[in-house]
Design a protein around this ligand. Structure first.
Ligand SMILES: NC(=O)C1=CN([C@@H]2O[C@H](COP(=O)(O)OP(=O)(O)OC[C@H]3O[C@@H](n4cnc5c(N)ncnc54)[C@H](OP(=O)(O)O)[C@@H]3O)[C@@H](O)[C@H]2O)C=CC1
Ligand SMILES: CC(=O)C(=O)O
Ligand SMILES: [Mg+2]
Length: 753
């Protein structure tokens, strides 16, 4: 966006993100096979009549026979879209779709957006109430105050499933968690803090109510709206909800109210808090500027005015993100899992405490590595990051327990430890690792060389890489690249580092380097000059070798094998390693690593063992305990065949190496992946389905990877090139800009090595 700090993406990129491929952010996928006539007959008429009758006889069975129990509606009328105001139901759709995907991404809750075109409270209430049979819960969103209070209250009374206006209570829960910790750090007690709340809408009123319930004194809170301080006796633009928080004060403006205040809670609009206003706040002020998408004050502005402040915003690109995304996925997860009839105060307080406690615990290794040292409990880390994998365990467990203790759980959980384990299994660690890899790249930015810098998709990737703050792109291309970057919306294209072999002053040294390397392999100096001048992969790889970049991305313009041949002229495998390629199949809850999908045509037993070890290392880096299967058409030698020797011998090689992961083979893919099939071989040394598949040869491996990429349901990442002395990645020719950015981030961060 176009604020003056921490720019992460352009408006064009935000629009492209939403329009590319299938427009929008969600699609619906069948959870049962729909391949045959028989499947259809079971899924629809006549088979579907059987669960219909079962549900008619016992409504509770709807949770067994339909998606209801894991389905949440995200409902808005668009009257308070983020901090953008009343832009109508249709314009709120991207936000509601976004919320739906966050439900899925963070807590495996299926969610669907529903936009209702009405500002009439009664019509809105009636419409939502009628939807009760469809959903396990209702998340109301971006509905302005005071209508939202009436809507939520009435629906809670009328409906028997959780109804939760997230801008009110989700925000209040996260704010409370942040405030608990900010008070701890500054040695304050809730009963003493003086708070100024800016905004008197859905979020502000709910936050104020919750912090008052937690001990902040009514007399210590001053609330402001567009007309200034809400004081006792004020008549202008008041309603019963504002009146309840009217202060006994002579102050009339936000500036006056802030004199001596300990805490500012902004839930109003961008830019509402000026630097001069925070100057008179108390020592070590706590400033939560939570308006979205742009806060009341940016952290750099606030810190410049008050270097002793603890500052939080609703945004992910600054420290301390106080955003309701930390709460709603996990709160609903817990509520759905005990089939709660509502989300009550006990559940909200349990969630706030669970989130606050998490920030005080030791930060997990992977989160710390990604963010750097400042991410231990302190002024720049009062609240956990939204993708902290522990949220998915701790918050639903706390919410479920509170629901059970307060008597609103209709399906209590008997074994909480088993529930915790199950929660862990619902999310794929790869997605956290990928997110962390991106954060890690931002914390430790590297120089990544894009060898095909004239290609539009590559330029778009380079722009995204730089604007995302993941590192410095180094482009190889002709002199017209800046003009073309400009055409893609870059304001300062000259600031991109560009190397053109036609006029680069580095060329003589590069030729020397290449000639030194290749002279005893039959190349003349003239050959080296020609390669440097004409071949961008060789030019790029020499730049990489000479230390002008930390990693290199190529592959868009030539086939993999051709590109690899060029790269290998300049870059060797790491001593003692076999280079190979890995494809990752990433599903909602699992990842399967497949290797070698790109290089070794008929690997020897030693090479297969090397590939297994290398892939197991990458799997571990990505959060998975490796279970390796050496794949074949045979299982433990049956049927016999000519090609089995290497595969069977590879198992023996690993036996001799004393490795620390599980491996087994030869086995067919269905035995490796399907627990029922695996159970036919009780002696097999795999404790569960394999997640690392070592392919017997390039034919089957490359075909399988490409089939999965073209036909598979899961996201496919890769190939990742592993085992080279420098970090080089050869992307598929069909890569999108975001796939290239992912490869660049993995290459720069050392995950793909
Ligand atoms: N970080 C987070 O997780 C969340 C952030 N928010 C943010 O909070 C803000 C409010 O959202 P919500 O409560 O749903 O919206 P509402 O429309 O219900 O409330 C908006 C409130 O802000 C007040 N306001 C607007 N501009 C100013 C201003 N310049 N100075 C003082 N008060 C102002 C309005 O005053 P008046 O009553 O006079 O019209 C109103 O009381 C939004 O920016 C939203 O993005 C909301 C939810 C979660
Ligand atoms: C985050 C959110 O819900 C809002 O800004 O409205
Ligand atoms: Mg909202």
């Amino acid at each position: 966006m176009s604020d003056d700090s921490n720019v992460q993406f352009s408006e064009r990129e935000a629009l492209l993100f939403h329009s590319e491929g299938r427009p929008g952010k969600i699609e619906i996928i069948a959870s049962k096979p729909m391949a045959t006539q028989r499947d259809l007959a079971l899924a629809y008429s006549p088979g579907v009549a059987v669960p219909v009758l079962a549900i008619a006889a016992d409504p509770a069975t709807a949770y067994d026979y339909t998606a209801k129990g894991n389905l949440v509606a995200v409902i808005s009328n668009g009257t308070a879209i983020l901090g953008l105001g009343n832009l109508g139901a249709l314009a709120s759709k991207p936000v509601m779709e976004g919320k739906a995907v966050l439900f899925k991404r963070f807590a495996d809750v299926d969610a669907i957006d529903i936009e209702l075109k009405t500002e009439d409270v009664d019509r809105f209430i009636d419409a939502v109430e009628l939807m009760e049979p469809s959903f396990g819960g209702i998340n109301l969103e971006d509905i302005k105050a005071p209508e939202c209070f009436i809507i939520e209250q009435t629906l809670r009374e009328r409906m028997n499933i959780p109804v939760f206006h997230d801008d009110q209570h989700g925000t209040a829960i996260i704010t409370a968690a942040g405030l608990i910790n900010a008070c701890l750090l500054t040695g304050r007690h809730m009963s003493e803090v003086k708070v100024v709340v800016n905004g008197a809408g859905a979020a502000a009123i709910a936050c104020t109510e919750l912090i008052k319930a937690m001990g902040v004194r009514h007399d210590n809170v001053i609330m402001c709206d567009r007309s200034g301080v809400i004081y006792q006796g004020r008549t202008e633009s008041m309603d019963q909800w504002k009146s309840a928080h009217a202060a006994n004060t002579t102050t009339r403006t936000l500036t006056e109210a802030l004199v001596g205040a300990d805490v500012f809670l902004g839930l109003s609009a961008a830019g509402a808090l000026k630097p001069e206003m925070v100057k008179d706040m108390a020592a070590r002020p706590i400033i939560f500027a939570m308006a979205n998408p742009d806060p009341e004050i940016t952290p750099p502005e606030a810190m410049a005015a008050r270097p002793d402040a603890i500052v939080a915003t609703g945004r992910s690109d600054y420290p301390n993100q106080v955003n309701n995304v930390l709460g709603f996925p996990f709160i609903f997860r817990g509520a759905l899992d005990v089939r709660a009839t509502g989300i009550n105060d006990a559940m909200k307080i349990a969630a706030a405490n669970a989130i606050a406690e998490l920030a005080r615990e030791r930060v997990p290794e992977e989160v710390a590595a990604a963010y750097g040292v400042q991410h231990s409990f302190g002024p720049a880390y009062i609240i956990p990051a939204p993708f902290d994998p522990r949220l998915m365990e701790n918050v639903p467990v706390a919410v479920a327990k509170a629901a059970m203790d307060s008597g609103v759980a209709t399906k209590p959980i008997l074994d909480m430890e088993a529930y915790r384990q199950k929660l862990r299994g619902r999310l794929n660690p790869t997605t956290s690792v990928l997110t962390l890899a991106y954060e890690g790249a931002r914390a430790h930015p590297k120089r990544v060389l894009f060898a095909e810098g004239e290609e539009e998709v590559v330029m778009r990737a380079a722009i995204a890489f730089r604007e995302g703050g993941y590192g410095t792109p180094v482009l190889v291309g002709r002199d017209d690249v800046p003009d073309r970057l400009k055409a893609l919306g870059v304001a300062d294209p000259e600031s991109y580092e560009l190397h053109n072999s036609r006029n680069s002053p580095l060329v003589p040294d590069m030729v020397d380097f290449l000639y030194e390397r290749l002279q005893r392999r039959g190349y003349l100096r003239r050959d080296c000059e020609r390669m440097i001048n004409q071949d961008r992969n060789i030019f790029g790889a020499v730049l990489l070798q000479m230390g002008h970049a930390d990693a290199m991305i190529t592959g868009i313009t030539r086939t993999y094998a051709h590109t690899m041949r060029e790269v290998r002229r300049v870059i060797d495998p790491e001593v003692g390693r076999t280079p190979f390629g890995i494809h990752l199949m990433v599903g909602q809850s699992h990842t399967v690593f497949m290797a070698d999908t790109t290089i070794n045509e008929r690997p020897s037993a030693e090479e297969l063992a090397d590939i297994a070890e290398g892939t197991a290392t990458v799997a571990r880096r990505m959060g998975h305990e490796p279970r390796v299967a050496f794949l074949s058409y045979s299982t433990f030698g049956n049927p016999e065949g000519r090609w089995l020797e290497n595969i069977r011998a590879a198992v023996g090689v690993l036996d001799g190496r004393n490795v620390s992961f599980e491996y087994e083979g030869d086995m067919a893919p269905d035995v490796a992946l399907n627990p029922k099939q695996l159970a036919n071989y009780p002696f097999a040394r795999l404790s569960g389905p394999a997640n690392v598949l070592i392919m017997p040869g390039l034919q089957s491996a490359n075909i399988s990877a490409k089939l999965l990429r073209e036909l598979g349901g899961d996201a496919v990442i890769g190939p990742m090139l592993v085992g080279m002395e420098k970090s080089v990645q050869i992307a598929p020719m069909t890569s999108t800009a975001s796939e290239l950015v992912t490869l660049a981030v993995l290459a720069a961060g050392g995950i793909a090595r």
